[in-house]
Design a protein around this ligand. Sequence first.
Ligand code: PGA
Length: 257
Amino acid sequence: MSKQRAKLVVGNWKMHGRLAENATLLTEVAAGASALQNGVRVGVCVPYPYLAQAQALLGGSVVDWGVQDVSAYAQGAYTGEVAADMAADFGATYAIVGHSERRAYHRESADLVAQKTRRALDAGMTPIVCIGETLEERDTGATEQVVGTQLEAVLLVLSEDEASKIVVAYEPVWAIGTGKSASAGQAQQVHAFVRAKLADKGAAVANVQLLYGGSVKPENAQELFGQPDIDGGLIGGASLKSKDFLAICQAAQNASN
Ligand code: PGA
């Protein structure tokens, strides 16, 4: 029997933002999110330099904050890297790992993503593990093989208890930043597959929150979030406008009614 899982909406700002505009966005999101009910959780993953600002403006609000990546190493001579513990020092509770932009532009392997997941957990954060196929992979029928392999690499290094603490985001690469979201049916189909893979790891893991990401907008959010295995969204472009982001959070609330 599946439990009712709370909805979660997380913004991924990517490499956007400046101090002044962030202040407005964070303040508006904190104010708008305070009206949400039904246990909808909201988070924003900001660029590292703005973590302190997120902490200052979101501390005491219902909105959590986090980062978009962490180092695979705990500390040491890794110039330019940021350790999970450093992010945790600033109250970060979420760490996106394995985003397709990092897999593609920074050649992150499945094993590296697994190590990053472990570091985030060790620092007491919730890793949001991103998986997803390219258009070519979808067109050749390889979607399940690709997302299954990406997920397995992470589950392999975690105990059942650790695995029960992650969040997984299914983000088809062809839907990210393109304006072309997966249909609710397409997304649900992959989510059901991912849910079954998680369940293989143990009963506690079957109920981790499974987010959809890729061109989520106020117009399509409710239908996506209403699917049985979609527990919310990882939101890129639309998380940069408070009105759109809050409308998506509201859609999560409506979908959980
Ligand atoms: P998008 O990005 O909402 O702009 O498509 C989603 C993501 O990359 O997390």
